[in-house]
Structures are given as C-alpha cells and as structure tokens.
Design a protein around this ligand. Sequence first.
Ligand code: GDP
Length: 296
Amino acid sequence: MFDNLTDRLGGVFDKLRGRGALKEEDVRSAMREVRIALLEADVALPVVRDFINSVTEKAVGQSVLKSVAPGQQVVKIVNDALTEMLGSEASDLDLAVAPPAVIMMVGLQGSGKTTSTAKIAKLLKEKHGKKVMMASLDVQRPAAQEQLKVLGEQVNVATLPIVAGQMPVDIARRALQSAKLQSFDVVMLDTAGRLHVDQQLMDEMKAVANEATPKEILLVVDSLTGQDAVNVAQNFSEQVPLTGVVLTRMDGDARGGAALSMRAVTGRPIKFVGMGEKMDAIEPFHPGRVAGRILG
Ligand code: GDP
C-alpha cells in the first residue's frame, strides 16, 4: 500500500534533510516533486493543488527556513498536511441510540458490500461485545440473501430469516421488529447494489433509510477504482446522508489515490479499510497512522 508514493516522497525528503540550510527555491522545487508524486498516486487534481499551496505557504516561511533543521520542519509540515487531507482524526462508528442501532450498507455491485457487512458485524460482536443481526435487502441478485446467510454462519452472527418475495422496505421493517423483540444491539442492513449509480437505486435507498432511520449509512467503494471510487462517493453523498466510507481492496492498492482524496472531495470520513478476503481483514482507518506509513 502506498509503496510508490512512499518511495517518491522518501527521495524528496532525503534531499531536503541532507542540506543544512534551505532557500525558498529548494522548498519550491521539492514541492514540485511532491506534486508529481501525488498525481502519480492518482490523487484528485484539486486536492493536490490545495495541498501543495497550503504546504508551500507554510514551508517557505522565515521561521522554517531560518530554523536549526529546516528540512526536518518541512517534512513535519508535509506530514501534518497529509494527516489533515486524510481526515485528521479516526472516526468511530456512532451507535449511540436506543437499541437497535441501524447500520445501512450501500454501494455498487461488486464493491465488497456484503463481505464488509459481515466483517463489521464480526468486529462489533467480538471487539465491542454487541449482539448483532444482519439482513440482506438485496432482492435483485437471486443469491445475495443466501450469500449473507452463509457469511453469517461463518462469523457466527445472526441473519434475518429469508422470506421469498418480500420488498426491501418490508424486509427492513421486519428486521427492526425482530431485533427489538430479541434485544439486538445492532442491525446491519445490506442493501442491493447496482452496476452504476441509477435513480431507482437511490430511490430505494431513500425509502429504506426513511423506514429504518439508520444511525450510520456506510458507502462501500473499491479502492482499486481510484478516482471513480471518489466520484461514486460524491454521487451517493449528494442523495443520501452518508456518515462514512468503507474502502475495500486496500490490500491490492499500491497507489492509494482514493484513500488520499476521499475526505477532501466528499467531506465524508473513511471509517474502515478492507485488507483482504478473510473475515477479519478489516481495519479502522487512522489518518495519522496512514500518513506515517506513507512517509515511511
Ligand atoms: P458486493 O457485490 O458489493 O456485495 O461484493 P462482495 O462482498 O460479494 O465482494 C466481491 C468480492 O470482493 C468477493 O470475492 C470478496 O471476497 C472480495 N473482497 C471484498 N472486500 C475485499 C478486500 O478488502 N480485499 C480483497 N482482496 N477482496 C475483497
């Protein structure tokens, strides 16, 4: 993850740190290289522009250039700006409502939505001691409800019994009723995906959200699709009140553009990253740690 970016930035920073004194032109030339490195990592252009402007402004200040270790200071400024770009602080799930708290999972087909639903359910159960129920509202894909049931058995999390022919809003209502009766803490609703963002999908999500009043609406996107993932997130966030993003397939993403631009472009925090196909391959997203990893 981020290997190329780490290598490129490492080269720039070694040069900066190697000098005793720094002139404004040295900083500007380093920033030109950082700019290219970010663009090669597939970070959205406006995000790169803002980042470079803000870092340059701080780094060419006299207090930096005249300090004892100017190179070190510039590296710190870049680190802080990267952390800010990634979202500053880790955003935990907010489940503070009278139970059951509803988490609605949305996203395009194949993004890793069903897998992430089961991973998060497992995490909530094992790490936070929550009693979790999952329900699939995907009546589009014949095997979808069955897929969630199989994953539920695998991670030992309850799933709502399947009733053939029920519509998504009705399934959501039944899930909530059932969860209340059985004192579940959390209900996870895995909604239907589509190949593209379309109006029917958005309308269905809005209807489900109205019925279930979710505390969290998490959009699942595939990091390997780079800026497309960011565009999809922007599209969704204009129509449904997303509370966060789950970025999947980060285990295979060497560039990291989606992770780096998501917060700045959509205003929504990345809450989890998927790191593989296994059920425990999910991690909370920590901007500071990720920035540290990028800087090597
Ligand atoms: P959905 O259509 O959005 O529900 O997608 P699925 O949950 O069925 O996932 C599609 C495929 O992506 C499955 O083969 C998953 O195992 C795989 N997948 C999901 N998340 C990750 C991840 O973080 N890393 C990797 N390598 N594969 C993943």
